[in-house]
Design a binder for this molecule. Structure first.
Ligand code: M6R
Length: 616
C-alpha cells in the first residue's frame, strides 16, 4: 500500500527521503518517486520510477546537493497502471505545486474534466495528479488557503503532503481517513504515513487526526483545522520501537524472523497482561467493563488473517463460555446492515489498525450504538484511536506482508479476553469456574516454550516442503478450533507461494472436495489429540488414504496413530484444545515459508499484496 515521507531540515533531503521510503517498502508498492526543492532553485528536482526503490536510486547518481526540503512516495496502483508517469509525486499544470497522496479521490473524473475545460493537460491517469492541478489552480501565493479550497472540492479519503516551488521553508500536509504522523526533530521535522519511516531519525511523534492541516518548518510544527483554519494544540508522544526491531536481525527474510519471534511475543503478552495469576487489562476503564457485563452478543469483525483470529475467538466464546458470538469479515459486515445495537460488543481485530473495511465496520458499529473494542498491533493507528477501548497486541513491527506473529498475538489477546469475560460476565457458561480460568492461564504460560519446541521441527518441515514444492493445489482440513487454522494455513501458502490452497471444515470433505483426491493431492490435516473431534479427523485421514491422497498431519507429540497414517507429520506439544490453534499454525507458517523460498518467491513482499489495505 502507498507510503509517504516528507522532510524539512538541515540534512540533505534526498538520502533522508530514500531511507524513509526503504522503511516503508514492507507495505508493498509498485513504483516510487521523490520531489525536492533546493534553497535557491526555481524548479523542483523530480525523480520517479516503476518497480523497486533500487530503480529509483539508480537515477539519483550525481543529483544536486544542498536540498533541504522534499517529499517521497511508494505507490500501490489504484488509478492507472504501475508506471513512471503514474508514480508520485505529481506536479500542477505549471510545476508550481508538487504533492504526494495516499487514498482515493472519488470525484476525480469530474474534477479532471472541469480542469481540462480550463486548459489543463494531464500526464498520468491518476486521481492524485488531478489534486495537484486543483491545488495549483487555487494557489495565488498562499499554499494553506489553496489546499483548503481544493479539499472542499474533493470527495473521498486522503493523506496529502504538498510543497510549493515558491517557498522552500515549509511543507503542508493534511489527512482524512488515511494515516499521517509527524516526526519531531531538532532543527528538522519529518512526516510519514507510518512510524517505520521516522524511526531512523526520531522517537518523538505527533499523531494527526482527520481533517487536520499541518505546516512543517525546520523549527516548528503547527496544526490547523482543515476546514476553519483555526489552530489546534497537539501533544508530542514518545514511541519505543527502535530501528533494530524493524530490521531482519540475521534471518533471511522478515517473515522467518517474525515466525521465530513468536515465543517472545507470546511471553511478552503474558507478562504484560497476567499479574499474580490475574488478567490485567489496564486500558479497559471501569465504565467500559460495566457495559461489557451487560453485553448479550459479541461480534468479531476483521479481514484476512485477522478474520481467522476472529473465527478462533468465536469458538473460544461460544464453546468455552456459551456466549453468543459471531465472526464476520469486515467487508461483509459494513454492507450487510448488521444486526448490532447497544447490547452488542463489536471486536475489531487488525494488525495495522488502518484496514479500510475494518475501519468502516468500526464506524458502522459505533453508529449503531454498539460497544467497540479494537485489538490492534500498531500503536496510535486510526482504529486504535477511534474504538471505545483498545487492547494492543504489542507484537512489534510486522514487516513481512504475510502475517505471522501478529496472528499469534491476536490469538493470545483473544484467549485472555475470553477468560476475562468468563470471570466477569453474568451469563457465562455455568461450569466456567475460577479453577478452569486458572488451568487455562497455566496452559497459556507454557505456550512460549511449546512454540520454541514446535519451531525445532523446522528441518522436518523442510523435507516435506522439498517433496511438495512443485504441487499447485493443496487442501487444508481442520475441525472446531482448528478449522480456522486450516483457513490460515491455506491463506499463508497462497499468499507467498502463489499455489492454490483451500481450507475446509473437515466434515465438508465428503460434500465435494473429496472429488479432488488422488495420489497427487496433498492434504494437510490438523488433528491434535486433545480435540473432541480427534476421532473424526482420523476418519477423514483414512478417507484420504483410501483414495491414495498425500496426508500431511499436524498432531500432538507422541501420537503414533496419526503419524503412522501420514506421509509427513509435524508434531506440537499437548495443550488444551482451546489453545491448540496457537501451536498448530506454527508448522503451517513454516511450510508456506519453505515452499516459497524453494520456489524463489518474494517472501516478504509477495506480488499484488499490500501490508496495510487502506483502500476498499
Ligand atoms: O492489518 P490488518 O490485520 O487489518 O490486515 C488484514 C489483512 O489484510 C491481513 O491479515 C492479510 O490477510 C495478510 N496479508 C495476511 O497474511
Amino acid at each position: 500500500m502507498c507510503g509517504i515521507v516528507g522532510y524539512i531540515g538541515e540534512r540533505e533531503a534526498i538520502p533522508v527521503l530514500i531511507k524513509g521510503l526503504e522503511h516503508l517498502e514492507y507495505r508493498g508498492y509498485d513504483s516510487a518517486g521523490i520531489a525536492c526543492l533546493g534553497a535557491r532553485s526555481s524548479k523542483f528536482f523530480v525523480a520517479k520510477e516503476k518497480g523497486k526503490l533500487s530503480e529509483l536510486k539508480a537515477q539519483l547518481n550525481g543529483v544536486p546537493s544542498n536540498i533541504h526540503l522534499g517529499i517521497g512516495h511508494t505507490r500501490w496502483a489504484t488509478h492507472g497502471q504501475p508506471s513512471r508517469a503514474n508514480a508520485h509525486p505529481h506536479l500542477g499544470q505549471n510545476g508550481v505545486i508538487a504533492l504526494v497522496h495516499n487514498g482515493i479521490i472519488e470525484n476525480y473524473a469530474e474534477l479532471r474534466a472541469e480542469l481540462e475545460r480550463h486548459g489543463h493537460k494531464f500526464k498520468s491517469q491518476t486521481d492524485t495528479e488531478v489534486a495537484a492541478h486543483l491545488v495549483e489552480r487555487y494557489y495565488h501565493g498562499n499554499l494553506q488557503e489553496a489546499i483548503q479550497k481544493a479539499i472542499q472540492r474533493m470527495t473521498g479519503f486522503f493523506a496529502f503532503v504538498v510543497i510549493s516551488r515558491d517557498d522552500p521553508s515549509r511543507l503542508f500536509a493534511c489527512k482524512r481517513s488515511n494515516p499521517l504522523v509527524v516526526g519531531v526533530g531538532h532543527g528538522e521535522n519529518f512526516i510519514a504515513s507510518d512510524i517505520s519511516a521516522l524511526l531512523p531519525y526520531t522517537k518523538q511523534v505527533i499523531y494527526l487526526e482527520d481533517d487536520e492541516l499541518i505546516e512543517l518548518r525546520c523549527d516548528a510544527v503547527t496544526v490547523f483545522d482543515l476546514q476553519t483554519g483555526t489552530r489546534i494544540k497537539k501533544s508530542v508522544s514518545r514511541i519505543n520501537w527502535n530501528v533494530e526491531k524493524a530490521q531482519k536481525g540475521g534471518y533471511k527474510h522478515f517473515m522467518l524472523k517474525e515466525i521465530y519471534e513468536q515465543p517472545e511475543v507470546v511471553r511478552n503478552t503474558l507478562e504484560a497482561r497476567v499479574k499474580k495469576g490475574k488478567i490485567v487489562f489496564d486500558s479497559l476503564t471501569q465504565k467500559w467493563i460495566h457495559r461489557l457485563k451487560q453485553i448479550d452478543k459479541i461480534h468479531f469483525v476483521s479481514c484476512g488473517t485477522a478474520y481467522h483470529a476472529g473465527l478462533v475467538g468465536n469458538y473460544m466464546l461460544g464453546e468455552s463460555l456459551r456466549l453468543p458470538s459471531e465472526a464476520t469479515v469486515s467487508s461483509e459486515f459494513r454492507y450487510e446492515d448488521p444486526a448490532v445495537d447497544e447490547d452488542d460488543l463489536v471486536v475489531l481485530i487488525t494488525q495495522s489498525g488502518e484496514t479500510a473495511d475494518t475501519l468502516a465496520a468500526l464506524r458502522e458499529a459505533k453508529a449503531r450504538g454498539a460497544l467497540t473494542l479494537a485489538i490492534v498491533n500498531v500503536v496510535g493507528s486510526t482504529i486504535a484511536r477511534e474504538a471505545d477501548a483498545v487492547l494492543y497486541t504489542h507484537a512489534g513491527p510486522e514487516i513481512g506482508v504475510a502475517s505471522t506473529k501478529a496472528y499469534l498475538a491476536q490469538l493470545m489477546i483473544i484467549a485472555l479476553f475470553s477468560i476475562f469475560i468468563g470471570e466477569i460476565h453474568p451469563a457465562r457458561k455455568k461450569d466456567f469456574t475460577q479453577a478452569k480460568a486458572r488451568t487455562l492461564l497455566k496452559e497459556l504460560s507454557r505456550l512460549p516454550r511449546q512454540i520454541e519446541e514446535t519451531l525445532r521441527d523446522e528441518k522436518r518441515v523442510e523435507v516435506c516442503a522439498r517433496a511438495l514444492r512443485e504441487k499447485k493445489n493443496f487442501i487444508y482440513l481442520g475441525r472446531g478450533y482448528n478449522y480456522p487454522t486450516a483457513l490460515e494455513g491455506a491463506l499463508k501458502l497462497k499468499e507467498i507461494t502463489y499455489a492454490h490452497a483451500h481450507g475446509y471444515a473437515a466434515g465438508e470433505m465428503k460434500h465435494g472436495p473429496i472429488a479432488l483426491i488422488d495420489q497427487t493431492q496433498p492434504v494437510i490435516c490438523i488433528a491434535p489429540s486433545t480435540s473432541k473431534t480427534y476421532e473424526k479427523m482420523v476418519s477423514n485421514i483414512e478417507e484420504i488414504r483410501a483414495r491414495k491422497g498425500i496426508v500431511i498431519s499436524v498432531t500432538t507429540r507422541g501420537d503414533e496413530n496419526v503419524r503412522s497414517l501420514s506421509k509427513y507429520t509435524f508434531s506440537i506439544p499437548e495443550t488444551q484444545e482451546m489453545l491448540s490453534p496457537i501451536l498448530a499454525v506454527v508448522p503451517l507458517q513454516l511450510l508456506a515459508y519453505k515452499i516459497a523460498v524453494l520456489n524463489q518467491r518474494d517472501v516478504d513482499q509477495p506480488r499484488n499484496l499490500a501490508k496495510s489495505v487502506t483502500v476498499e
